[in-house]
Design a protein around this ligand. Structure first.
Ligand SMILES: *Cc1c(COP(=O)(O)O)cnc(C)c1O
Length: 398
């Protein structure tokens, strides 16, 4: 006997839950790509993507996953041999740095470990040490999906300004756009990257690069710009084909149009508030469990935790057992621990993550937490009492 039959909850940090409305919007015959609704829709998607990122800048759409957006952001702004400063707070900025290296850039990494955000004083020091302005960009993630830390993006802007450093501020919002508050223009971000399959609730396959005037200027001299990744024709397309660098991602566009409608029907600020509250419910449960047992949130300071995903330390190898139990018995799929230990080491099993991004509501999160509590009992992980009460209280407005 298993209790898993019924609607499942894929609570991994990407791809996220795809709403039925989005699935229905995609369920159609191939549309005409020469005229009609698809062509009329493309500019509205671009306009609404700018609203989601809170920018008056430009937006280029790629048929690619987040890795493609990483490459696009760099290839449009950099020349071979340019240097970039990478702020690593888990796993994902390091992934971006690998792309940079392979493009022929010089990469300097400051690694802040797996349990903290980027320390602004250390960034300031690194920038002051670069009087020659060798760094052409500072690369960071807003949410690191592995550690679940949230970096202080406005703070990084201040540090760049205080140092009088002209490097572009490039932010990976792939995990948390439309989950954590993000204000590209107000926060002085020059380049933002994101993808369709997380907060934007659409299957993987689309990614986006937003860029301001300063970044557009860098494009003028960037010798890494190539035909496919060039953002210029995509930002101001003279022809429909130029939006996408070729045939449009037809069904993804219908899905994305629907997900953007859902976001603005709810209201972007309300979407952010929903994520903030559901995240606090998750944290409250884990803090109660952890009060008497080995469970621990990876990021201690609530102000530095993402509202999109939560990384958990189990203190022993039961992380994998917990994931297995909820998958087999509760219809809940949790994320693996990422970047915390070598895959071949016993410690690899000591972690898991729960995503609460995108199309997620109170009953899903409370149900997931209840399922995790059942797994703790079934697997035999000691835990403190009151976790579900604490989570319910947060959802009740406490
Ligand atoms: C998911 C994710 C990526 C990678 O996106 P892909 O679509 O898998 O290439 C990059 N950065 C962050 C912060 C992510 O969460």
């Amino acid at each position: 006997m298993s209790l898993a039959a019924g609607r499942e909850y894929l609570a991994i940090p990407g791809p996220s839950v795809v709403p039925d409305r989005v699935l229905r919007a995609m369920h159609r015959a191939s549309p005409n790509i020469y005229e009609g609704s698809l062509l009329e829709m493309a500019p509205t998607i671009q306009a609404d993507l700018k609203r989601v990122a809170r920018t008056e800048g430009d937006c280029a759409i790629y048929i690619a996953n987040g890795h493609g957006a990483w490459e696009a952001a760099l290839s449009n702004t950099m020349s071979r041999g340019d240097a970039v400063l990478v702020l690593a707070t888990g796993r994902f900025a390091l992934g971006w740095s690998e792309v940079a290296r392979r493009l022929g850039l010089e990469v300097e990494v400051i690694d802040f470990g797996k349990r903290a955000d980027a320390d602004l004083d250390r960034v300031a020091e690194a920038l002051k040490g670069d009087a020659a302005h060798r760094f052409k960009a500072v690369l960071t993630v807003q949410t690191d999906t592995a550690s679940s830390v949230r970096n202080d993006i406005p703070g990084l802007r201040r540090v760049l300004d205080d140092a009088g450093h002209p490097a572009l501020l490039m932010v990976d919002c792939i995990a948390c756009l439309a989950c954590d508050r993000f204000e590209m223009d107000a926060w002085g971000v020059d380049v933002t990257v994101a993808a369709s399959q997380k907060g934007l609730m659409t299957p993987p396959g689309l990614s986006f690069v937003w860029f301001n005037k300063k970044a557009a200027q860098a494009r003028e001299t960037a010798d890494l710009a190539t035909f496919y990744w060039d953002w210029q024709p995509r930002a101001e397309p003279a022809e429909f084909y130029q939006f996408f660098g070729g045939t449009a991602p037809t069904h993804h566009l219908f899905g994305l149009r629907e997900s953007l409608d859902m976001i603005f029907e709810e209201g972007l600020e309300n979407v952010w508030d929903r994520h903030a509250t559901l995240a606090r419910a998750v944290w409250a449960a884990f803090e109660a469990w952890g009060a008497d047992g080995p469970l621990e949130l990876n990021i201690a300071d609530p102000a530095k935790r993402s509202h999109a995903v939560t990384a958990v330390r189990v203190g022993g190898p039961q992380g994998t057992e917990i994931r297995r139990w909820v998958m087999d018995n509760a219809g809940l799929t949790l994320g693996i621990g990422l970047g915390m230990a070598e895959k071949s080491s016993p410690e690899w099993h000591n972690f898991f993550r729960i995503a609460h991004m995108g199309h997620v509501n109170a009953h899903m999160v409370l149900g997931a937490l209840g399922s995790i509590q059942a797994s703790l009992k079934a697997v035999g992980v000691p835990h403190g009492p009151g976790a579900l009460d604490a989570a319910a209280e947060v959802c009740a407005g406490g």
